[in-house]
Design a protein around this ligand. Structure first.
Ligand SMILES: Nc1ncnc2c1ncn2[C@@H]1O[C@H](COP(=O)(O)OP(=O)(O)O)[C@@H](O)[C@H]1O
Ligand SMILES: [Mg+2]
Length: 370
């Protein structure tokens, strides 16, 4: 997928002129608060997702206006297409190839993207929940069945938790717990197996990329962590049995706490470099490179699933990488369209082939780099 033209109208502080991106690397360069992230955010909104900044749609409309428009011409599925997203009085209206769509979410999947902004460092720095959300949303994009299974699991979990809270006052309910345990294990095992499979694939791709970015010095490893022990995590039956056993072992604790203490809602993904946990021991630069490798691998897995290269958006990721890592990032991702924002002219100078857009107060000046 390639964005061929891009236009913003009354969107944040950006001027209304047309941007013609390079089909490879596009560097968005400028001082602070000029509109670099605004550009990446605007592109990202065309994926149909919410802002990666956590901003509300209406905040994207230029001060003093009621409507913003983002338009792009793009090449996908072997043809030129057009997408339009309007934010009108806080509501999204979308058009695809000139046809108005009933739901704003109807454009999801048309322009696939992966984004990495400083907020995404939480993938390494924060607790297990962040990593589960990452795996789950990545899986939802490429495996629609996963979404359904995860929803079933979460519903069963809420019902089991409600029951746990009722049991102390209504001990006769204890008998019904077995049936819930069985159902929880059934959905839970599916969730875990799909996640484990994803993490295994992600690890293969991310570690390869990470060797490149670290000049073969850092072996990145991603490991899925189950909240209970099993003899063989790859065997569905064994896993189901182990999950049931662990539910039964923790039953009295679960009842006294009023919630379920084991299961995929407690799982995690361990991120190691050269056998050392990156969250605990990694430098800022290593943590950043790590997330970067994982994000690039996420893009690779999307490509494998849908047969097209997603667009990669990298907001402010260069600043904490040394020049060799920056150079790798700017010049070694050659097979897909990338938008990278940065504040340092030194970084721009490392680019060998692509386009640079300098942003000053929402206006752009472009330069071709060859
Ligand atoms: N709705 C809006 N209308 C006009 N200007 C806005 C709006 N939202 C943000 N801005 C302006 O955009 C600028 C920040 O842009 P941003 O892309 O975050 O900067 P950076 O170049 O540092 O990434 C600020 O000057 C802010 O005032
Ligand atoms: Mg910014």
């Amino acid at each position: 997928m390639i964005i061929q033209s891009l236009q913003f109208e009354d969107y944040r502080n950006l001027s209304n002129d047309i941007i013609i991106p390079h089909e490879g690397v596009n560097v968005i360069y400028g001082q602070n608060a000029q509109g670099k992230t605004n550009i990446l955010e605007g592109i990202w909104l065309l994926s149909g997702n919410k802002s990666f900044r956590g901003a509300k749609d209406k905040e994207a409309v230029k001060f003093g206006n009621s409507k913003a428009l983002i338009k792009a011409g793009f090449f996908s599925e072997n043809r030129e297409q057009e997408i339009e997203l309007a934010i009108n009085n806080g509501k999204r209206e979308v058009k695809l190839n000139g046809v108005k769509k009933a739901l704003a979410s109807d454009i999801v999947g048309k322009l696939c993207m992966v984004v990495f902004s400083p907020e995404h460092l939480s993938l390494v720095k924060s607790g297990p929940a962040e990593r589960r959300i990452f795996i789950d949303s990545a899986l939802c994009q490429i495996r629609p069945k996963f979404y359904e299974t995860l929803r079933n699991y979460s519903q069963t979990l809420s019902q089991r938790n409600a029951l746990l809270k009722d049991i102390p006052e209504h001990p006769e309910l204890l008998d019904t717990l077995d049936a819930w345990d069985w159902q929880l294990a059934m959905y839970g095992v599916s969730v875990m197996r799909m996640r484990m499979n994803y993490v295994e694939q992600l690890c293969k791709t991310a570690s390869e990329y990470h060797l490149g970015i670290s000049e073969n010095k850092e072996q990145l490893e991603l490991k899925y962590h189950c909240s209970f022990d099993a003899d063989d995590y790859k065997n569905a039956e064994t896993l189901h049995k182990a999950f049931l056993e662990s539910l039964s072992n923790s039953r009295s604790e679960d009842i006294s706490r009023g919630y379920t203490t084991v299961g995929p809602h407690r799982d995690d993904m361990e991120i190691n470099i050269n056998n050392t946990n990156v969250k605990l021991y990694g430098s800022q630069g290593q943590q950043r490179s790590c997330v970067l490798s994982i994000k690039i691998a996420e893009a690779e897995l999307i490509k494998m699933a849908i047969g097209q290269e997603p667009i990669v958006l990298l907001d402010d990721v260069l600043s904490e990488l040394d020049s060799r890592r920056q150079e790798f990032l700017l010049n070694k991702i050659t097979d897909r369209q990338v938008f990278i924002s940065c504040c340092e002219l030194e970084s721009v100078k490392l680019l060998k082939n692509g386009k640079c857009f300098e942003i000053i107060n929402g206006h752009k000046t472009e330069t071709n780099v060859r």
